[in-house]
Design a protein around this ligand. Structure first.
Ligand code: GDP
Length: 633
């Protein structure tokens, strides 16, 4: 029997930085708590709130009137009546707007801040809630068969006669498994999964981790496990490609059990299913296990309310205008409904299901493609139906403005210096770290040493490791950091271009070290509130080596293509080979054609010579940076 898989919470500290993430705010709860503490003296005791309560009850606890509460809620973009229930995150935002600090009720600690849990408890209390189909995301290493599995499940479970019909790809589809539906999000991989989480949305009820039986656990498998655990989503493992002679399912089980993903048959709580996406073996079993896991979690939603949910994908179609795929999570969506999705809104002009058929209603867990929004929202944006067009427009505009303000003040609570400041003021805090290192030897040593710092820091201050792995810092590390409010520490590794861009956009603090002592010293200083002023490397640009030449004197120059930013003669440089730093130093010459130049911008080629380094190779990336002092706030 499938039982509850609860991913071990990273760190398990007393404070959960992501805990109070409110809707539409990207879930940056920690930031808000910190910010609030700063705004002025707190004169009242914090108010304790349950995971779900009605607005009437909330008003009572906040010693105010229902009207005041409803007004605050409207400012946050929600319409509700006094008898309507809200979850902890929403109630906390209202409370904070009215000058209260909040605590979740003890018994609710497990659920608070996790939208999956919150949604569930919300619907538990709703007498009109009905069982809804599970929403499944497929994750795993490249080439392990995610796409094939999605295709096989879909084609095997489309009713006769329809199989030949046009199969639309709208980002999600529903299949019928023995009379019950299952929804699959068909963007495989954890990029989509964490992108959604980073925006405060959680669409997945069950994660299926695909591991090829011949290949075993690979780096992305580990990453996916970290993502699934930190999101506390129930997990099913699909061991794929069992048709191959080289298939070794026991090895996969062994490897995963070493990562605390223990098969049920070995006494653990994770169901494993052996499948072949190619030979279509075991697919029925997989669907059945997914249903079992869903049953254990009693997924429910009330179909009788106006719809709300999450945007799965969206685009501008040349002939049809903005097209968005919405996953209805609660309520029922109908044509002509007025919808706010992220920072945009509109009236639903037409709705289509995953086979391109026009439909007239979409119930919980159903993916639906809609026309009628004024712009394309972003994947992970939440949507909800409004009764009033004017209000919808106002809410959409307010959200856009909020978002702009947020992106300007790139979240400070992720920063190590900010953390240190909080500690120095006597705050209780957990420092979450994503650790990347060039080789597993140093990774293990640093991990142990970092955790050892916990023995010698002020009470209530704690460091936990969200994820540790070897290799370059990638975009998925940044999205995991955003979703879990972690900082990233790189030891002898650097981010690739995409990761750097993502970090700049999201404000994730990435720190680099090449001496373990410095790394530990700085983290220790932060944890005791004494982080000294620091210099930070600011990247000016990245370039890639396309060709190399030896000069008559023995020196080398390389032909580079600038990928990103601007590179400058005065910058310092770091040479990266497969994400590992192989050299750091200054520029000897920078030329365009025959001329010395001061700067070269992205999209241009140039010639580069480095002081004291004649080993540039084709494919190396050169990072250009300068040092800036970071003011200690
Ligand atoms: P993804 O990168 O995880 O989406 O992997 P794909 O679905 O693209 O599959 C990668 C390769 O493995 C393709 O050539 C598939 O045909 C093959 N493949 C997928 N599933 C199976 C399977 O069950 N058995 C065998 N033998 N090959 C498979």
């Amino acid at each position: 029997m499938a039982s509850t898989y609860q991913g071990r919470r990273p760190g398990g500290g007393s404070r959960r930085p992501g805990g109070k993430g409110g809707r539409g705010k990207g879930g940056r709860g920690g930031a808000r708590t910190v910010a609030l503490r700063r705004t002025g003296p707190i004169v009242r005791e914090p108010v304790t709130l349950p995971s779900v309560l009605t607005l009437g009850e909330l008003a009572e606890r906040l010693e105010t009137t229902g009207v005041e509460v409803i007004k605050e809620l409207m400012k946050l973009g929600m319409m509700a009546t006094i008898n309507q229930q809200v979850d902890y995150a929403t109630a906390a935002r209202v409370a904070q707007a009215l000058g209260w600090e909040t605590n979740p009720e003890e018994s609710d600690l497990s659920g608070q801040g996790d939208s999956f849990e919150t949604r569930r408890s919300e619907s538990d209390l709703d007498p009109e809630a009905r069982t809804r189909p599970p929403v499944v995301t497929i994750m795993g290493h490249v080439d392990h068969g995610k796409t094939k599995l999605l295709d096989s499940i879909r084609s095997a479970n489309v009713a006769e006669g329809e199989a030949g019909g046009i199969t639309q790809h709208i980002g999600a589809y529903q299949v019928d498994a023995q009379g019950r539906k299952i929804t699959f999000l068909d963007t495989p991989g954890h990029e989509a999964f964490t992108a959604m989480r980073a925006r405060g949305a959680q669409a997945t009820d069950v994660a299926v981790l695909v591991v090829a039986a011949d290949d075993g656990v690979m780096p992305t498998t580990r990453e996916a496990v970290a993502h699934i655990k930190s999101a506390q989503v129930p997990l099913v493992v699909a061991i794929n490609k069992i048709d191959l002679p080289a298939a070794n399912p026991d090895r996969v089980k062994q490897q995963l059990s070493e990562m605390e993903v223990m098969p049920e048959e070995w006494g653990g709580d994770v169901p494993f299913v052996e499948v072949s996406a190619l030979a279509k073996l075991g697919l029925e079993d997989l669907l059945e296990v997914i249903q079992l896991v869903a049953d254990v979690h009693e997924l429910k939603a009330n179909p009788l309310k106006p719809a709300s949910g999450v945007v799965v994908e969206a685009k501008i179609d040349r002939t049809r205008g903005p097209v968005a795929t919405l996953l209805v999570q609660s309520g029922t969506l109908n044509p002509r409904d007025v919808v706010v999705a992220g920072g945009t809104w509109g009236r639903v002009k037409a709705m289509f299901d995953d086979r391109g058929r026009k439909i007239r209603r979409a119930e919980p867990s159903m993916p639906v493609e809609i026309l009628g929004l004024l712009e394309a929202p972003q994947a992970g944006d939440q949507f909800m139906v409004f009764t009033d067009e004017k209000l919808a427009r106002e809410v959409a505009e307010r959200r856009t403005a909020e978002r702009r303000a947020e992106s300007l003040s790139a979240d400070r609570s992720f920063k190590l210096t900010e953390f240190s400041r909080e500690v120095s003021e006597g705050g209780v805090a957990e420092l979450r770290v994503i650790l990347k290192a060039d080789v597993s030897g140093s990774l293990g040593a640093i991990q142990t040493a970092l955790l050892k710092l916990n023995e010698d820091v002020p009470d209530g201050v704690q460091l936990s490791i969200t994820y540790a792995g070897t290799g370059a810092i990638g975009e998925s590390d940044v999205s995991l950091a955003t979703a879990t409010h972690s900082i990233i520490i790189g030891f002898n590794v650097r981010p690739d271009v995409a990761a750097k861009r993502a970090a700049d956009a999201s404000g994730v603090d990435i720190r680099f070290y090449n001496i373990i002592y410095n790394l530990l010293d700085e983290v220790r200083a932060a944890m005791t509130g004494l982080l000294a002023p620091i210099f930070q490397d600011v990247t000016d640009g990245y370039a890639e080596v396309r060709e190399t030449f030896k000069l008559p004197g023995g020196d080398m120059v390389a032909g580079l293509y600038v990928l990103d930013g601007r590179i400058s003669r005065n910058s310092r440089t770091r040479v990266l080979r497969s994400g590992t730093v192989v050299h750091e130093g200054t520029v000897r010459s920078l030329k365009r054609f025959k001329d010395d130049v001061r700067e070269v911008a992205a999209g241009y080629e140039c010639g580069l010579g480095l002081d004291g380094f004649n080993d540039l190779q084709v494919g190396d990336q050169v990072e250009f940076f300068h040092r800036e002092e970071v003011a200690r706030t």
